[in-house]
Design a protein around this ligand. Sequence first.
Ligand code: ZN
Length: 117
Amino acid sequence: MFCPKCKAEYREGFTRCSSCDIELVNEIHEKHEKKHMKDETEIEYIEYDLVMTTFSAMDISLIKSILEDNNIAYFIQGESNVNMVGGLPARVLVKREHAEKAGEILKDCSFSYRTIL
Ligand SMILES: [Zn+2]
């Protein structure tokens, strides 16, 4: 058992930290890390919008050069999965303030396969 505040370790049977007067927890580190990772994922979704998905690695390199030419902040999820049979498409995400502009630019391009959202 651990105190989440002062990190003191207690033997089985103890339920409260005698210094901090708060509930002890079973595993302090695991809980803390899981919460941290969850928060990071949420931040990504707040700042970035999904503008399109594609199964084509050629499209991805084209999209990258277009976005870079226009100074649009982006990242691509699942890029390494696109050539796998039955795999998930890569997801192109751009920073929210650029999402509208990126959508306009990508609409005018011809891709081998695409889903504009
Ligand atoms: Zn404590």
